[in-house]
Every structure is written in C-alpha cells, then in structure tokens.
Design a protein around this ligand. Sequence first.
Ligand SMILES: [Zn+2]
Ligand SMILES: [Zn+2]
Length: 162
Amino acid sequence: MKHCCKEMKRQVEHHCVDHPNSEECPDALVGLFGSAYGLRIHDRGNSFFLIRHCPWCGAAIDRPKGARSSKSLFTVILEYGGGTYISQVRATNRRTALFAWLKLLPKERFPGIGKLATEALRRALTEDQVAVNGLKNVWCMSCSLRRGLALINVVQTDTLAG
Ligand SMILES: [Zn+2]
Ligand SMILES: [Zn+2]
C-alpha cells in the first residue's frame, strides 16, 4: 500500500515494543482504520478522527492508493416456505450487510416473514455464519421459523470504488 510521504508510512506501519497495542502508544498518532486514515484518540478504544489531509505533507488522503472502496455489494438470498427472495445491500462487511438486510425486511414484505420471524432472524444473525466449503465470499446460515427452516446465503461481490 502506498502512502503520501515517509512520515505517514512510518506512522501507519508504527510498531512499538513497549506498546504492542498501538492504541496505548503515545507515539502512534495516525493509523489506518478500515481503509480510512484517522487520528488516534487514546481512550483505550478504537476511536479515531477521520482525516482527509496528511498532517505532515498536506497531501489529500482520502484512502490509501490501491485500497478498495470500503463498501462491497452483498447479495442476500433467502429461501423460506417454498419461495426464494433475493435482496442486495451495500456494506463494509458481512455482519453489517446482514443487519442492513434485516432492516429492509419489513419493506420487502416476504411471505411469512413478519415481526416474529424478523426477530428470530435477528437472533440467528448474532451467531456467526458458516463459509460455504470451497467457495470464496459465500456464507450460509439457517434459522428455524414457523413455516420451517429459513436458509440464508450471503454472497459478497467486490466492486470498484464508488
Ligand atoms: Zn509506544
Ligand atoms: Zn504525507
């Protein structure tokens, strides 16, 4: 990954023997958070201030050169009660994609997926999804609902920036 200047590179790759966790190192000022640069807030958490310019050389730094757009397209395929229902959401990761999908459910009005089913799905989503053997970026999960088993497949599609 390319950075705007030496100092930025040094910061992003900062490694301190006394503080294996950069959040605790007073010398770690700027880091990469996902694909965004940020000023570390040393509150022992993962907080940061998003920055759009390098504090050292002043270059505009939206994201590192060569980094992908932070959001990917996810296709969620739900099979339930003899029907197949496909939705798409944009999200940073599979978990946020699934929760975004859950929010869409009341609007989608899939047969048999009412309030109770949505709640059951929400509980099922808190457990981890299983990667489908031999396939890349495909996960599946199931959830037992009133009309039987709901099967949910999630497929992540990488897209170009934008
Ligand atoms: Zn340190
Ligand atoms: Zn710089």
